[in-house]
Design a protein around this ligand. Sequence first.
Ligand code: SGN
Ligand code: CA
Length: 517
Amino acid sequence: MVPMGLASACGTALAKNRQQPAAGCDKPLNIIYIMTDDHSFQTISCYDGRYNRTPNLDRLAREGVRFGNSFVTNSISGPSRAVMITGKHSHKNGFLKNEGGVPFDGSQQTFPKLLQQGGYQTALIGKWHLMSTPTGFDHWEILPGQGSYYNPDFITPEGTHREHGYVTNLITDKGIDYLEHRDRSKPFCLLLHHKAVHRIWMSDTCDLGAFEDRTFPLPETFWDDYAGRPAAADQEMSIARDMDLAYDLKMLDSTIDTRLKGAYVHGELARMTPQQRAQWDSLYQPLIDRFVASGLSGRELTEWKYQRYMRDYLKSVKSLDDNIGRLMEYLEREGLLENTLVVYASDQGFYMGEHGWFDKRFMYEESLRTPLLMRLPDCWTGAKRGGEIEQMVQNIDYAPTFLTLAGVPVPEDMQGVSLVPLLRGERTKEGWRDAIYYHYFEFPGEHRVRKHYGVRTDRYKLIHFYGHDIDTWELYDLKTDPAEMHNRYDDPKLAKVRARMHERLEELREQYDDRTE
Ligand code: SGN
Ligand code: CA
């Protein structure tokens, strides 16, 4: 049940150790971990001001810290979630891929279970995507698979039911409702996992008109020819070729016949009420009519697709940001900000047209990186509010961080490290890891991204694409080529760097015990 007064974000938000807490901290720390799906750092204004404003996410950065170099270990949903919850790389937690793998083994150690043992009440609300029943939560309510934007189904221990409304509002309502009815004698850990802003980027009806007057500049790499990068040349995530006019861009017309049209008609559209559908059509029908009359083709058509993609995506980001504002208002009103860690992250980054793409999966920067904001009460940190943490962190680090802040010992076999020293401002760049390890496994699979693993340091990146039909290496100098357009693997000038990066890669594969390939 949603308490009175909690509804859509539209029109509301817009109008140390527990045993040894830091000085001034007299209550145990609560944890709220908000994770969204496919939210690019490019579309959060405290990371990148080019496209939109996200005042509520910016508030988290302003009152907390922004991690400037936050990465995932495997850029896809289920695997990223399994890494986050176990503090271990995919090859250790066993959840390697969304499709064609095995369900998450829920009998294994996870940080929510350890928090429970440490006296916390734990809850999971929203997207789960690990194919097995959640374990380690006192309360859970999840979306089946990817979930739906409109009138979504939710699964609880009692079964599946359908709710009326827009998914981002509903998940936020459920989060607030959980906090309202929690056991106030215990600290809590709430995992609030949004469906937005996953494909097919559907906005709330009240945001349909947003961004419609905006035209976005094309990213510099939009017309990439993928020279010297065979795996990048052979993907299926191109806006020009693979973005579906009917499904992704909602151009539903008898003259437009596409591969995924049925998925749109019988999926999201079929879930809408007549009233929601009428509002939806009031935006899209005139756009469809104009598009059909335009007869666009070639590069003009691709650029038009990019503009539609950006507008739809940014509308669903807007609802997300508004709902985070709604949650923050609630926490503030309840006095919870004084003893609650609020974390914001995405399950991975996303391409906003860079290299001509949507989707993720590659170890290139846009999908390797993920936003990470943390707002801690002052007494828990030494880091300055509004500060930036530059050290390279990864989603393996979240579990050890939460455990450390809760005063629960971090098990030896967790592969991440606690970020608390960074939050306290106690570690220099030199005193931190100098390289991160990445491994993506889902091939063959949707979007046709080859299996690959690699290492990234502050300056360089080495990637190995492998499989039955590919065995290629790529080396980038991120300082001179941040857009990763020039594969320098065979450049004699980088021979020493290449040798050193190979060594570092082998060291990391040894350190993390990755013998898969
Ligand atoms: C779905 C999407 C893909 C997306 C995967 C993984 N297709 O299959 O575009 O890459 O999810 O995304 S869709 O037709 O169902 O929209 S993930 O974020 O869950 O890993
Ligand atoms: Ca995702």
